[in-house]
Ligand binder design. Sequence first.
Ligand SMILES: [Zn+2]
Length: 371
Amino acid sequence: MKFSERYYKSRRNAINEISMKMNGNKSAILGVGHFISAIKKIQKEISILSASVTDTATQSLFYNTAIELIPYGRFNAQLVHPRKKEPFILIDTSIVDFFGNMSALYVTLYANNNNQNVLDITEQEVIDILFASAEIFYDGLGWESELNAIYAKKLNYNRIHEGNRQRAMTYSLASRLFIISHEIGHLYHNQQVGQFADKSSRLGKFWNDFWNALGGHMLSHQKERMADIHAVEIMLQFASTYKNNPPLFFDILNGVHFCMDAIHTMQMLKGKHKDVEGLKLIGVNERPTHPIGGFRISEYRDRLKKMFKDEFDSLFHPSLQYHKIVHPYIEKIVSGAVPSTDYFQMKELARNLLEPPWVWDNNSVKNIYGI
Ligand SMILES: [Zn+2]
C-alpha cells in the first residue's frame, strides 16, 4: 500500500480524534496487547482489500484515507469528514468481537440445522449469545457495561466445530471489510457530489438543483443506500481475487449477507428490553439513518441474483436460511425471553472482582500509535 502525504494528514486527524474520544465503554478487547494485534490485523486486511479494488477513484480513497481502530469507542463505524481537512474513518474495536460472536453462532446453527449436529447448544445458550452481542453492539452506560460486554457469555471459536471455523472466520472478515467499504462508499459519494457541484455542466446544475430542493441535504437513507451499493461493488472485487477458490469466494459473498443480517438482528432487538433488570439495550448510538436491514438485504440479493441467476438459491443457501434459523430466537426475546441466571452471575462476578485494568489517556494513545 503506497501511503501519500494526504494519508498521513488524515491519520493525524484520526489520532487526534481518537485521543479525545476514548471515553467509550463497549469494547470487549481488553488491554494494549489485544488492541495492538487487532490494529495490525485490520491494517493488513485493509491493504489486501484496497489492492483488490479495480477502479482508480476508489483505490485512491484507500490510499489517502486513514482507517483507524478506536478502542472503547461509542459507535461501530464512522466516517469523519471535517471541513477543509482530510477525512478519516474510525472503526470501533467492538466490531471484531461482535462479528466474531455472531459468526460463530450462525455457522454452528446453520450446520446443526442441516443435520450435521456439530455442537449441542441449547435454546437458552443461543439467547444468551444474542444478548452478549447486543451488549457489545449497543452503547453502554459506563465502565460497568463494558464489563458486561467482556464477561457476557460469547461463543468462542475454540468451542465450535473445527470444520466450521474457516467459514466463521471468513464471515467475520467479510463483515469487517464490508463495514469499512460502506464508510469508503460514503466518502466516494461525498466526493462525487463535490465534483458535480463544482462543474457548470448540465449534470452539475441538475445535481445542485436537486441538492437545494432537499434543503441542502440528500435524504440520508438515500446516502446510506449509495454507500451500500458502492461497498457491495468493492466486496465483489475483493471476492473475485479468490475466484479460483470457489468455497472461499462464496463464503465471502455469503459473509456480506451475514453482516447485513447480523446488524438487522440487532436492529430488531433494539429497545425491546428496556424494562428487563440489568439489560439496558436502549441508549443506542447507532445512527438511525442506516438503511433498514430488510431493504439493504433485498437489494444485495437482487445484485447477486443478476450475477448467478439459476444457481443463486444453492450458492447462497446459508444466506437464505438466516431468517428461518435465527428469527425464532429473536421472536422469543421480543416476546420476553431473558438471559440465564448464569449469564447474570458471571457479569456480577466481574463487577465485584475487577477494577478497570488501566486507564486510557492521550499518552497511551500516542504510545500505541507511535507518535
Ligand atoms: Zn452509513
